[in-house]
Write a protein that binds this ligand. Structure first.
Ligand SMILES: *[C@@H]1O[C@H](CO)[C@@H](O)[C@H](O)[C@H]1NC(C)=O
Ligand SMILES: *[C@@H]1O[C@H](CO)[C@@H](O)[C@H](O)[C@H]1NC(C)=O
Ligand SMILES: *[C@@H]1O[C@H](CO)[C@@H](O)[C@H](O)[C@H]1NC(C)=O
Ligand SMILES: *[C@@H]1O[C@H](CO)[C@@H](O)[C@H](O)[C@H]1NC(C)=O
Length: 502
C-alpha cells in the first residue's frame, strides 16, 4: 500500500472533524448537550498537536493531528496538587467526562488538576478526518499509539502548566481502565498510579472463558428472578420456532420490524439485536436513571424483568424489553434490524457510527472479544464467535489477521506481580467483572469488589441511591490515591536532595 495515501492536509482533517459528528461508541441515542448543571466542573475543550506515528521515523515526517482533551484547573493547588488524567476510551470524550463525576469530586478534595484525553480515532480526534477508517489510514489505531499519545501529552502539558512536581494518577473505565493499567506498566516514569474500573484486562488478553460474558449477563436476570431468565429463554425459543416455520410476517408484527425478515441471516441479526439489549441493560444496571451509552431507567434489569413477565405474550414482552434500550425516547415506530444494531468483531456490540468502526478494528487486531452464547450456560440463542469466525470476518472487513496472543505478551497478561500502584475495581453486577482482576495481588495491586455495582459505578458521581459498597470502594480508592501522590512526591524530593549532595 502506498504511503502517499497517508499524507493529508491538516486543514482538511480539521474541517472533516468538525463537520462529521461521530456518534459515541456503543451509544444508542444522541449524547446529551454539554454544559450540564452549575455544579458540573467547567471543562475547557482544547486540542493538542499530537504526533501521528510514534513508532516510525520515516513515515509521516513531522505530521501531527489534533487530539481533543478537556481540562479544568478549578480545584487545582497550582504547581503542587496532583494531576488526575482520564485515559479516554472508545468514544466521545465528553461522554466519559460527564459520567465520571467521582474524578472531579476527588479532585476537589485532593486539589487536583483534571484532564480527560480523547482516544485517537474516536470522537473528534480523527488523525485523517473522515478518511481515518479507510485502509491504510486506520493502521495507526493501536493500543500502543494511544498510550504513547497520553504519555507525550502528559509530559508536554506538565511543562506548559509548570506542573513538573505534580504526580499523575490515571483513571479509566472499561477499555479506558485497561489503558490506565497499561500506562502504569509502560510509563511508570510518568504515572504514579492507576485506578482501573471494570477493566477486563484478562479476558481481552485471551485469558478467559468464552462463555463467561453471556453467562454473567444471564446471572443478573436470574438473580432478579429465575422466572425472568426462563421467560427470556422461552421467548427466544418461540422466535426460533417461528423462524423454522418461516412465519416471517408473524415475526415482523410481533417485533414491530420495519421490513419483514426473509432469511436466516435476518433472524440471526434479530437475535443479535435482542441479545445486545440485555447486554447493555446488564452493564448499565445503576440504581438511578442514566444517560450513558443510551438512556436507562433506574435499575434497568429489574425493569426488564418486570417487562418480560408483564403479560402472557412472551414475544411482545421481549420486544418491549428490547425497547428499553432502542426505544428509550418512545419515538421508535418500528425496529430497523440493520441500523439499530451492527454486527462486528465484538459480540457485546460495537455501537453505531465512526466510533463503532474504530472499535471493530481494535477488536480485529489486538483486543480479544470472542464471547459466545449457547443457550446452556446462558439464556440466549446459540451464537458462537470463535477465533476462526473472527479471523475470517477480520480478513474480509479490514484485511487484517487478529493476533490473539499479543496483548498478553505486550501487557503482562496475568503475570502482574512486578507491577505496583494499581486498583482493579469491579462491580458484581457487571458482566465484564470476571474478565478482570478480582483478587488483590500485592499490597499495592488492590482488587475491590463492589457488591450491587454495575459497569464502573465507582467512577460515577455521588448519588443518594448509591449502595454502601460503592461508598466504601470510593473511600479506599481515595485513600490509596492520596498515598501514592505523597509517595511520589517523597521520591521526587529524594531525587532532588541526592542531586544536591552530588
Ligand atoms: C520537519 O521539521 C523540521 C523542524 O521544524 C524541519 O527542519 C524539516 O524540514 C521538517 N521535515 C519535513 C519532511 O517536513
Ligand atoms: C416505542 O415506545 C412507544 C411508547 O411506549 C410505543 O407506543 C411504541 O410502540 C414503541 N415502538 C416500538 C417499535 O415498539
Ligand atoms: C434452548 O434449549 C432448549 C432446551 O434444549 C430448546 O428447547 C430451545 O429451542 C433452545 N432455544 C434456542 C433459541 O435455541
Ligand atoms: C471479589 O469477588 C470475587 C468473586 O465473588 C472473589 O473471588 C474475590 O475473592 C473477591 N475479591 C475481593 C478482593 O474481595
Amino acid at each position: 500500500m502506498s504511503k502517499s495515501l497517508c499524507f493529508f492536509s491538516l486543514t482538511v482533517v480539521l474541517f472533516c472533524a468538525v463537520v462529521l459528528q461521530a456518534r459515541p461508541y456503543r451509544s444508542y441515542v444522541k449524547p446529551q448537550q454539554h454544559g450540564g448543571s452549575k455544579a458540573d466542573p467547567q471543562f475547557t475543550e482544547k486540542y493538542f498537536p499530537q504526533i501521528m506515528d510514534h513508532f516510525n521515523f520515516l513515515s509521516l515526517i513531522n505530521a501531527t493531528f489534533s487530539q481533543r482533551y478537556l481540562i479544568t484547573d478549578q480545584y487545582w493547588r497550582k504547581g503542587s496538587g496532583p494531576i488526575f488524567f482520564y485515559t479516554g476510551n472508545e468514544g466521545d470524550i465528553w461522554e466519559f467526562a460527564l459520567n465520571s463525576g467521582f474524578i472531579t469530586e476527588l479532585a476537589a478534595k485532593q486539589g487536583a488538576l483534571v484532564i480527560f484525553a480523547e482516544h485517537r480515532y474516536y470522537g473528534k480526534s480523527l488523525p485523517f478526518g473522515k478518511d481515518s477508517f479507510s485502509l491504510p489510514q486506520i493502521s495507526l489505531l493501536t493500543v500502543e499509539q494511544a498510550l504513547a499519545d497520553y504519555a507525550v501529552m502528559i509530559t508536554e502539558l506538565k511543562q506548559q502548566l509548570a506542573a513538573s512536581a505534580c504526580p499523575v494518577i490515571v483513571f479509566g473505565g472499561s477499555y479506558g481502565g485497561m489503558l490506565s493499567v497499561y500506562m502504569r506498566l509502560k510509563y511508570p516514569n510518568i504515572v504514579a498510579g492507576a485506578l482501573a474500573a471494570s477493566a477486563p484486562i484478562l479476558s481481552t488478553a485471551g485469558l478467559g472463558d468464552s462463555r463467561q460474558f453471556f453467562h454473567d449477563v444471564t446471572a443478573d436476570f436470574e438473580n432478579c428472578a429465575p422466572q425472568c431468565r426462563d421467560a427470556v429463554r422461552n421467548a427466544f425459543h418461540q422466535l426460533k420456532e417461528l423462524a423454522e416455520r418461516q412465519d416471517y410476517s408473524v415475526i415482523q408484527s410481533k417485533f414491530a420490524l420495519c421490513k419483514p425478515p426473509s432469511s436466516a441471516q435476518d433472524i440471526h441479526q434479530l437475535n443479535g439485536l435482542l441479545r445486545n439489549a440485555f447486554t447493555v441493560i446488564a452493564m448499565l444496571d445503576y440504581p438511578y436513571s442514566t444517560h450513558f451509552m443510551g438512556s436507562m431507567p433506574a435499575n434497568p434489569v429489574k425493569v426488564a424483568c418486570q417487562t418480560m413477565l408483564s403479560g402472557p405474550d412472551l414475544l411482545t414482552n421481549l420486544r418491549n424489553t428490547a425497547g428499553i434500550l432502542y426505544n428509550s425516547t418512545g419515538m421508535l415506530s418500528c425496529f430497523d434490524l440493520y441500523s439499530l444494531y451492527v454486527e462486528c468483531a465484538d459480540p457485546t456490540g460495537c455501537g453505531l457510527g465512526f466510533d463503532s468502526m474504530a472499535w471493530d478494528y481494535q477488536a480485529c487486531t489486538e483486543i480479544n472479544l470472542c464471547y459466545e452464547s449457547n443457550n446452556l450456560t446462558d439464556m440466549f440463542p446459540p451464537m458462537s464467535f470463535t477465533e476462526a469466525d473472527r479471523d475470517s470476518y477480520c480478513a474480509k472487513r479490514w484485511s487484517v489477521m487478529p493476533r490473539p496472543d499479543w496483548l498478553r505478551i505486550q501487557f503482562w497478561g496475568d503475570a502482574l506481580s512486578a507491577a505496583s500502584n494499581i486498583i482493579f475495581s469491579n462491580g458484581d453486577l457487571d458482566p465484564w467483572a470476571n474478565g478482570g482482576v478480582r483478587r488483590s495481588i500485592s499490597p499495592s495491586l488492590v482488587a475491590i469488589n463492589i457488591t450491587g455495582g454495575a459497569h464502573h459505578l465507582d467512577l460515577r458521581g455521588s448519588n443518594e441511591a448509591d449502595p454502601e459498597s460503592v461508598l466504601v470502594a470510593r473511600k479506599t480508592e481515595a485513600d490509596l490515591i492520596a498515598k501514592w501522590v505523597t509517595m511520589s512526591k517523597d521520591q521526587m524530593a529524594d531525587v532532588y536532595s541526592e542531586n544536591i549532595h552530588l
